[in-house]
Design a protein around this ligand. Structure first.
Ligand SMILES: NC(=O)C1=CN([C@@H]2O[C@H](COP(=O)(O)OP(=O)(O)OC[C@H]3O[C@@H](n4cnc5c(N)ncnc54)[C@H](O)[C@@H]3O)[C@@H](O)[C@H]2O)C=CC1
Ligand SMILES: O=C(O)CCC(=O)C(=O)O
Length: 337
């Protein structure tokens, strides 16, 4: 069997981590032949809760789990890790937008970027879940200059999964038959869920999602709004933000980064923009990507209509605003970033 790899989950005492840790430890992300050492990072007031999580992980008697290390010290949490799930952050409450969390949460990602830079493996894959995820990932990467920028990503996979599920429901097919639904831009209510390039299988034939649905007002209206506002709808119903579905999405994101995407299929990830599709450069923007040998590549050459272009412009502008606000909050050598 392979040597164990070290994986860190931050916010390990929180609600997303409670589902996520179990899925990782079962082998759903890194494979059923890959032993793991799990690092659980949270803040000092949560040290007692972390002990309980460790007890439960041990009590699961999971064969791949070689060791569980609870800690409140980022330098211990990130030491030698191969993958980092950065979940720990304040969640929004009813009535807030995700960017309202910016001032509290970007400071966390500065500290964690610095710790990753100092002690993590240089090929560490970093997935930022904590909101505002795109801008937190930008901050984290900028404080970890010794780690390649392409190793930092933000999670829009939950949005992709939500969008795929809506399309599958509309078509009356299984989600596993639907692919290539795209999330563009920010993990916020300006994101653009795009079904125009989506495909689905029915009776062993591949078809176009948009042609089969054949309802532009739905695809530009209710579909987009449902996905954009799904996080808020869950908060309104549960009085807490999405957790089980967020954990599943984090596993899907890291699984595909680690193992690659199937030929012809793409997934959405928030990654550093190179200006593709007229997006602003130097923000973490969600694009469709294909993944090979643990390296993502933006899918180029997709045709965007004017509606899509206007949506990408809007979400790109929001990301630029968030980035600038984050930099002013941090009051840190902004001119170097
Ligand atoms: N990108 C996405 O699609 C999604 C993002 N989220 C975001 O994920 C984050 C976590 O959500 P939940 O687990 O529901 O929140 P939670 O409040 O249940 O747990 C957060 C945990 O993070 C810990 N934490 C706070 N500061 C920390 C630090 N500096 N270092 C390590 N741990 C720290 C807290 O003590 C707490 O245990 C929130 O920001 C939420 O908005 C949630 C769902 C989806
Ligand atoms: O909506 C939020 O602010 C928290 C959870 C989240 O990001 C989501 O459910 O998409």
């Amino acid at each position: 069997m392979a040597e164990p790899i070290r994986i860190v989950v931050t916010g390990a005492a929180g609600q997303i981590a409670y589902s996520l840790l179990y899925m990782i430890a079962r082998g759903e992300v890194f494979g059923i032949d890959q032993p793991l050492i799990l690092h659980l990072l949270d803040i000092p007031p949560m040290a007692g809760v972390l002990e309980g999580v460790v007890m439960e992980l041990n009590d699961c008697a999971l064969p791949l789990l070689r060791e569980v290390i609870p800690t409140t010290d980022p330098n211990m949490g990130f030491k030698d890790v191969s993958a980092a799930f950065l979940v720990g952050a304040m969640p929004r409450k009813e009535g807030m937008e995700r960017k309202d969390l910016l001032s509290a949460n970007v400071k966390i990602f500065k500290v964690q970027g610095q710790a990753l830079d100092k002690v993590a493996k240089k090929d560490v894959k970093v997935l930022v879940v904590g909101n505002p995820a795109n801008t937190n990932a930008f901050v984290c990467a900028n404080y970890a200059p010794s780690i390649p920028r392409e190793n930092f990503s933000a999670m829009t996979r939950l949005d992709q999964n939500r969008a795929t599920a809506q399309i599958a429901l509309k078509l009356g097919v299984s989600v596993s038959n639907v692919s290539n639904i795209i999330i563009w831009g920010n993990h916020s209510s300006t994101q653009y869920p795009d079904a125009d390039h989506g495909k689905f299988f029915i009776e062993e034939t591949q078809k176009s999602v948009s042609r089969a649905i054949n309802d532009e007002s739905y695809l530009r209206g209710a579909f987009v709004e449902t996905v954009q506002k799904r996080g808020a709808s869950v908060i309104a119903a549960r009085k807490m933000s999405s957790a089980m579905s967020a954990a599943k999405a984090a596993c899907d994101h890291m699984h595909d980064w680690w193992n690659g995407t199937a030929p012809g299929q793409f997934v959405s990830m928030g990654v550093f923009s190179d200006g593709s599709y007229n997006s602003p450069k130097n923000v973490i923007f969600s694009f469709p990507v294909e993944i090979n040998n643990k390296k993502w590549k933006i899918v180029e050459g997709l045709t965007l209509n004017d509606f899509a272009k206007s949506k990408l412009k809007l979400t790109g502008e929001e990301l630029q605003e968030e980035r600038n606000e984050a930099l002013s909050v941090l009051d840190a050598s902004a001119s170097n970033l």
